[in-house]
Design a protein around this ligand. Structure first.
Ligand SMILES: NC(=O)c1ccc[n+]([C@@H]2O[C@H](COP(=O)([O-])OP(=O)(O)OC[C@H]3O[C@@H](n4cnc5c(N)ncnc54)[C@H](OP(=O)(O)O)[C@@H]3O)[C@@H](O)[C@H]2O)c1
Length: 237
């Protein structure tokens, strides 16, 4: 049976991906920091597919956690990473705490690197990371997150060579309606309505839009070292 690890799969895009993979018959291990969030995700996922669901508490920014996650599996077909914490990152660089910036890099970039390090030899088919529109269309806010997201493209290219024939790719979502927005302290509905008018796709994204892209990248055996933009045309607004 095919198996997959989704780091950040307790909510949002990762949870949608877990639903998609389960429906395909894949066994899914959902990873995050909150045991409560994972238990809730597991309760929602278990009835959905024959593949089966495991959960594992880990912080992708902590080396011992990532090492423990991969030490418990002999082989895994696919690894997907959607983990990110945006608390405190929005605002001008001068106003963002340096500790927050370090946390963003530790989670989004070094965490992704740790996955490459500890998945080496265990992952058989693909690793897929999540960056974001702010890497390609910066907006004068959350610049440290833009930088970490942008760096994932280079990381994926390097790992695509190192880990070949394992394929390593990046999905870059535009704005997607998930719980991440609750951390930002803004009027989400007003921001979404304003953007939807300007986007070529005329709507913001759903977690399922991104899950479909993940599934396609994970299964396309000729795709590696690539960033796939799933942003409704946001780069051109
Ligand atoms: N939503 C958007 O509009 C948007 C746009 C562009 C890019 N993105 C990117 O898309 C990805 C998915 O975001 P989402 O919108 O689905 O957000 P979400 O619903 O907040 O999901 C993020 C998940 O990551 C987990 N997580 C956070 N920090 C972690 C850590 N250090 N270690 C392990 N797990 C961690 C969280 O669970 P715990 O808190 O329990 O750990 C949560 O379940 C992120 O990388 C984000 O930067 C989002």
């Amino acid at each position: 049976m095919t198996n997959a690890i989704i780091i950040g799969g307790g909510s949002g895009m990762g949870l949608a991906l877990a639903r998609t993979l389960l429906a395909e018959g894949t066994h899914v291990t959902v990873v995050g920091r909150s045991a409560d969030r994972l238990a809730a995700a597991r309760a929602r996922l278990e009835p959905l597919g024959p593949g089966g669901v495991d959960t594992f508490v880990a912080d992708i920014g902590r080396e011992e956690d990532v090492a423990a996650l991969f030490a418990r599996v002999e082989e895994v077909d696919h690894v997907a990473v959607t983990a990110a914490d945006a608390t405190g990152v929005y605002g001008r660089t001068a106003d963002v705490a340096t500790a927050t910036a370090r946390d963003v890099v530790a989670t989004k970039l070094l965490g992704a690197w740790l996955v490459g390090k500890y998945a080496d030899g265990r992952v058989k088919q693909s690793i897929t990371y999540t960056s974001g529109i702010n890497a390609y269309r910066p907006n004068g806010s959350n610049t440290i997150m833009s930088a970490a997201n942008g760096a994932l493209a280079s990381l994926a290219c390097g790992l695509a060579i190192e880990l070949a024939p394992v394929r390593v790719n990046v999905i870059s979502p535009g704005w997607v309606d998930t719980s991440l927005w609750d951390q930002l302290g803004m009027d989400k509905q007003a921001a979404f309505a304003d953007l939807a008018e300007r986007l070529p796709a005329r709507r913001v994204g759903t977690p399922d839009d991104i899950a479909q892209a993940f599934s396609s990248v994970m299964h396309n055996s000729f795709m590696t070292g690539t960033v796939l933009h799933v942003d409704g045309g946001h780069r051109f607004t």
